[in-house]
Design a protein around this ligand. Structure first.
Ligand code: CU
Length: 355
């Protein structure tokens, strides 16, 4: 890879030197003018502009056709729809403006191509025109920004008093996630990296002397969430900057050493229901097809058909194993959730067992 880059750089440097000598020659008095563009050259360039326009339109259509299927699909949280709408409206605006301006840009490049005897018109200014092309973007962008701000404020509602939320700590560490449930009192016991005790498997540094910590429950492998109940994630990082990314719930928040960040949402679709979602069924089939093809080509011996699960991923490049920093999230009914949480050992029980 480095070798290819070096070759490309050397090639570009050579082209630059060649072009500069050409400019130097042309600027000489009595220079040979065979290199000055003729009407025919300008016409060819004008048509090439049109060809480029067609190329970028076709490329856009091809990208949608080929990779449109990797979009996220049905949102699985209450606020997910709002985020998707904001994204959709922004994209429609961007694509509309892009399609129109590119067509105009390339058409004018053709129409006003160089021609012998053709002179550029000196046009000082036009207040009305300038007013129009200033005010339209101002109104559009102001509208979009206001809409985005309102969406942001409504999504970032982490009010602990509202809607009986369940409180979970997300603990990030190179290169894994851990979750700590606040337990029956729904209050997290205090914690500090200095209290981490590997012998007792107290990997989150939870304070044993804090009574609030007694009923906390630490899960090292998966997060269970009851459907329809608001959850507030309080995030801590042990080492470097991480980012908690839960794409299906349209949730992302940086996890910063030395401070607690938070994000709240209400899951609306259970894992079982999402597995039956037509979009998801198609996506899973597609991935399993790729696996089967790879298996047939002898590229892999991983034959297990993949089954959909929600995930939390790390979205900050935090080190060598960043790519695999993830944990499974299971959204289930309240009864299933209660049954799972009952089986988990509390922090107090865990510490007592480690004595
Ligand atoms: Cu990370």
């Amino acid at each position: 890879m480095t070798a290819v880059l070096i070759i490309i750089v050397l090639l570009l440097v050579a082209i630059a030197i060649w072009q500069m000598t050409k400019i130097f020659e042309l600027s000489q008095f009595n220079a040979d003018d065979s290199q000055i563009a003729t009407d025919k050259d300008n016409k060819v360039n004008g048509y090439l502009m049109f060809a480029f326009l067609v190329f970028i339109y076709l490329l856009t259509i091809f990208c949608f056709w080929e990779w449109g299927g990797v979009l996220l699909g049905t949102p699985a949280s209450e606020h997910g729809e709002q985020i998707d709408n904001l994204m959709f409206i922004s994209m429609v605006l961007i694509f509309t403006v892009q399609i129109i301006t590119q067509a105009l840009l390339h058409y004018f490049a053709y129409k006003y191509r160089g021609e012998k005897g053709k002179k550029a018109l000196f046009y000082a200014d036009n207040d009305r025109l300038e007013f129009i092309w200033t005010i339209i973007p101002v109104i559009t962008l102001a509208g979009l920004i206001l809409y985005g701000l309102f969406t942001w404020t409504s999504v970032m509602n982490v009010d602990e008093e509202e809607g009986d939320p369940i409180i979970i700590e997300l603990y990030a560490q190179q290169f894994n996630w851990k979750a700590r449930y606040a337990g029956n009192d729904n209050v997290l016991g205090s914690a500090n990296v200095r209290l981490i005790d590997i012998d007792k498997n107290n990997m989150l540094g939870v304070d044993e002397s804090d009574p609030y910590a007694d009923d906390d429950i630490v899960s090292q492998t998966e997060i269970h969430l009851p459907v329809g109940r608001k959850v507030i994630f309080k995030m801590r990082s042990q080492d470097v900057l991480h980012s908690a990314y839960m794409p299906h719930f349209r949730a992302q928040m940086n996890v910063v050493p030395g401070m607690i960040t938070q994000f709240a949402f209400t899951p609306t679709v259970t894992t079982e229901e999402m597995r039956l979602d037509p979009d998801m069924v198609e996506k899973v089939q597609h991935i399993n097809q790729i696996r089967a093809d790879k298996k047939a080509d002898g590229e892999t011996d991983n034959v297990d058909p993949w089954e959909f699960d929600y995930v939390i991923l790390c979205n900050k490049i935090c080190g060598s194993s960043h790519y695999n920093m993830q944990m499974k999230i299971i959204v289930e009914t309240q009864e299933e959730f209660d049954a799972w949480i009952k089986e988990q050992a509390t922090f107090k029980q865990q510490m007592a067992a480690a004595q």
